[in-house]
Design a binder for this molecule. Structure first.
Ligand code: 8YV
Length: 309
């Protein structure tokens, strides 16, 4: 049995590269108990959003590393890992551009009604009925970034180039000349037209964008989420979208993906993306490489490239 176990849905290229390292494969963590020679597994290459916690770790007594494919590692119980002396790594930075691009694209797509306008042209309405209705100027607005980490900063930089006034929430004020820091999300939402959520996932940020935050954003407000479905109170978001308490949303992440709440499908003021923020050939190749580099570093006894615990 190889010492590496690759868990999750890998692309053909990643599969081949992991196989070249000698990895064995498993579709998801639920099959762990049936893995032959699991006692010999020292490194897991993990991909996906299913929970990987103490119960899974205890099925792998020789485990020393969980190398996550993704910057967000909220699926992995890092406290349980640390308690067992298991290191966890992620794949930061290499996906910042793609995720930030998608955030901006969803904001433009929602504000400029691009999905509806496209349907207008395709259906023949353009020819039959004339110009599409006027929509909404996005450049020059006020943007609020919730979470000014690496991805949040990339989004803010892009929106600044769209002549926007940048406000943000972070736990403490950062070195951001010309941008406005808010210590609480309600104050941020009150001040802005667009709220872009770029928080880390996990217990600490669950429902952080609450009903109160959405109410403070108001009926002209657009919410964009590229973080995790958990960071927004999703029931409150659906209510706000249905009632017009906010204008619209661009969402790449949801609770219970991919079986998302069907209420979203009935809304015409939401741009829905299938959690594809990092989903380009280039970035996924870089993420796979960084994951494998962490695995190789661990097996070779050298320092991990991007440890999180
Ligand atoms: C996923 C992501 O990892 O990096 C993250 O945190 O959410 C994504 O890039 C990707 O969907 C693969 O599971």
């Amino acid at each position: 049995m190889p010492k590496i176990l690759a868990i999750g849905p890998y692309s053909d290229d990643d599969h081949a590269a992991l196989a070249a390292l000698g990895a064995a494969f498993l579709d998801g963590p639920e099959g762990l108990g049936d893995v032959a020679e699991r006692d010999a597994v020292t490194a897991v290459a993990y991909k996906g959003h299913k929970p990987f916690g103490a119960a899974q770790m205890d099925l792998l007594p020789a485990l020393g590393l969980i190398a996550n494919y993704g910057v967000g590692y909220d699926a992995i119980d890092t406290a349980a890992a640390s308690a067992r002396g298991v290191k966890v790594t992620n794949t930061p930075d290499v996906l910042n551009d793609d995720v930030a691009d998608l955030a901006v694209a969803m904001l433009l797509m929602q504000g400029r009604e691009m999905e509806k306008a496209s349907a207008w042209a395709r259906s023949g309405d353009w020819k039959a009925k004339g110009e599409y209705r006027l929509n909404r100027k996005i450049s020059g607005g006020t943007a609020g970034i919730v979470g000014l980490g690496r991805i949040g900063r990339e989004i803010a930089d892009r929106l600044a180039a769209f002549k926007m006034d940048i406000h943000y929430f972070a736990r403490s004020e950062k070195d951001t000349p010309g941008w406005t820091w808010h210590a609480d999300p309600v104050s941020l939402a009150k001040a802005v037209d667009y709220l872009v959520v770029a928080l880390v996932g996990g217990k600490d940020t669950e429902g952080f964008v609450s009903k109160e935050v959405l109410a403070a954003l108001g009926p002209r407000g657009i919410v964009v989420n590229i973080s995790r479905g958990t960071t927004i109170d999703e029931a409150a978001l659906l209510d706000a979208l249905e009632s017009g308490a906010i204008a619209g949303a661009g969402l790449d992440v949801f609770l219970n993906e991919p079986a998302i709440d069907p209420r979203f499908y009935a809304l015409d003021n939401v741009v829905i993306q299938p959690h594809q923020g990092s989903g380009t050939v280039e970035t996924r190749a870089a993420m796979g490489q960084l994951q494998r580099d962490n695995v190789s570093a661990f097996l070779g006894g050298s320092g991990l490239l991007t440890p999180v615990n």
